[in-house]
Design a protein around this ligand. Sequence first.
Ligand code: ZN
Length: 388
Amino acid sequence: VEQLHRLPLLDKMTAIAHQHELVVGTAPAGFGIASSGTTRAEVDLPLLNVWRNDVEIEANHSEETEPGWVLVSISVNHGLPGHPGPNELFVPWMYDRNSLAMLETVLSRPQPDGRRVTTLRISTGALKVFTTWLLERNKKPAEFGVQVIGTNSFRLSPFWRQLVSDAFGGALIVDNYSLSEIETCASECLFCGWHHWFGPPLAVEVLDLSTGKPSRNGTGRLVVTTLLPAGRSMPLIRYDTGDVVAVGPKCKAEDTYGIRFLGRLRRGLVVGHDYLLSPTIVQDVLESRADTERNDHPCVKLGIIQSREVGLPRWTVSLEKKVAHLRFEVRFDPLIYAAQARELELQVGGEILHLDKRLHHLIKTKKLEFDVSAVRAQSLIPPPDKHD
Ligand SMILES: [Zn+2]
């Protein structure tokens, strides 16, 4: 593992273009688990299919010890990750009322053996839609008795995390960082709040955004290598996730370092060794406000739910001569309600600087300027974001 840095990085585009060469032996037609990959939307390339066999998946499946069932809602786009475990119920997630009705049915009554679902594993987009769908129908999710909700896909912003937890009667929300193409995920630690990796084992590197060497400031590009016993059918060596993470302090409970997902590299600003205006920070601030514009979620377009609030805020960042620009869309005309727009820009800028310590430092030391502009709804072209 110490010598890994001598090997070249494998970026997603190269992996997609050479995926058949990455397979050890022969893979069946249409093999494996597909990476939905937000990067794919920008290039006309096929999906990256990662081939893992059932033996590997079963060998790494841990026995559940919870008293109830775990309801696992999976996106059909992601393929089926192995077989359900002993206490897991798998239901598909689609942009369809049947998906929502199935989740409600399974949660609202005991299973044939008398046990209830007490834990839920679900993608963030599906959870937001499901919660909204229940609230719009005057249902009380708290009555399901769900105690723990583990989320995957993108991260719930603090605003939505509170809303969902309250709706489900104070259920504990646990965020997971994962990639479709890598079996290992990193789960939020209840002790330190950072994310720790579970098995199967990975070699993890965090590389400086400017030099590509191991990061010294604790922020960098996340590069992973699959290790035995998994990854035998299709090893991914120094696979560049395209994501930026921060490395936390050593956790006393787990005796290891945790990471925190900051966002996809292309969605924030790289300035020297720093990653500024990370999408997690911008999204957290914009999503907590009722006056910022949202993308249309497919379930809104299809008329399955009414609330546009489940969509993602719309913004762009750019660096133009020593000025970091943040442009975000609002739900009123900022030319007509100019005073309100200026007030909102000040508030959003202030909240972002409070969270983005590096940006704050660079502005204070006059190395950078920060421009925040509220713009009219649907006037920006943000990079494609995932809905689930
Ligand atoms: Zn920890």
